[in-house]
Design a protein around this ligand. Structure first.
Ligand SMILES: NC(=O)c1ccc[n+]([C@@H]2O[C@H](COP(=O)([O-])OP(=O)(O)OC[C@H]3O[C@@H](n4cnc5c(N)ncnc54)[C@H](OP(=O)(O)O)[C@@H]3O)[C@@H](O)[C@H]2O)c1
Length: 237
């Protein structure tokens, strides 16, 4: 894959999926910017994966915070011009309540973590991509977007919003050399899902490495005509 010299911004870099995305991206010879809130976890990740300090930047930021997102983008611009590729894995699940029992605070928190973060970071990377006339955005939504599940209305809505946001970007910039696509994972095989569902058949769950490969494929020249897609990655579930 020819991503050499591109700058890839990976959000949620320390998560189950983020880590696999970082690992796969580090094999492309691109320059990497890794972000999450906890700087300790970013440093541990970079050490564990033995990432090149010359080709890697670790920039902690809370992506629900508009000012923090702007500061992150300014720092990338100062270091390396800007991000050519956004691999956005930030997000998380909360559920358990039916709608009448769902508190407004829980609703706001789910939309902030999954949808506001996607809006802010996509919005922030676009000016550099427009200047360059080339850019790739891959967001991570969920199977819950096309197939909403019970007792997780806020998550369902937030991920449907991520799909709509991605399609909107694809439409807005379709003649500008920029593509935006979304991945719809089902249950991702990782330590936290394994510990909360110990008796499930883990072999059926989608592997984070497979999602990472698809995200990078969507950044390749071969995928230049794929724009506004939502790709189901359900494994055997
Ligand atoms: N796991 C699944 O089964 C599953 C299924 C379908 C879809 N998904 C989606 O796939 C994506 C990755 O899931 P995952 O399981 O890999 O998540 P994860 O392990 O919980 O990792 C989440 C990542 O996001 C960062 N993060 C959390 N809140 C943040 C904030 N406010 N600002 C900036 N960074 C923040 C976390 O680091 P810090 O805590 O240091 O900030 C971490 O790096 C998410 O969008 C998730 O909704 C997951």
């Amino acid at each position: 894959m020819v991503l050499e010299d591109s700058v890839i911004l990976i959000t949620g870099a320390t998560g189950t999926l983020g880590r696999a995305v970082v690992q796969a991206s580090s094999a492309t010879n691109a320059r990497l910017v890794l972000t999450a809130r906890q700087s300790d976890s970013l440093e541990t990740l970079a050490a564990e994966l033995d990432l090149s300090p010359e080709r890697t930047r670790l920039i902690p930021a809370d992506l629900t915070d508009h000012a923090a997102v702007d500061a992150l983008i300014v720092e990338i611009a100062q270091q390396w011009d800007g991000a050519d590729i956004l691999l956005n894995t930030t997000g998380g699940w909360a559920g358990g309540d039916r709608l009448a029992d769902l508190s407004p605070d829980s609703w706001d928190a789910m939309l902030a973590l999954n949808l506001r973060t996607a809006f802010l970071i996509c919005r922030a990377v676009l000016p550099h991509m427009l200047e360059r006339g080339w850019g790739r955005i891959v967001n991570v939504a969920s199977r819950a977007a096309p197939e909403p599940a019970a007792r997780q209305a806020a998550y369902n809505v937030a991920k449907a919003g991520v799909v709509a946001l991605t399609e909107s970007i694809a439409q807005d910039y379709r003649r500008k050399g920029i593509t935006a696509n979304a991945i719809l994972p089902s249950i991702i095989d990782g330590p936290s899902n394994r510990s909360s569902m110990p008796d499930a058949d883990h072999s059926r769950w989608v592997k984070p490495e497979d999602i990472a490969s698809m995200m990078l494929y969507l950044c390749s020249d071969a995928a230049a005509s794929i724009n506004g897609a939502s790709i189901p990655m359900y494994g055997g579930v």
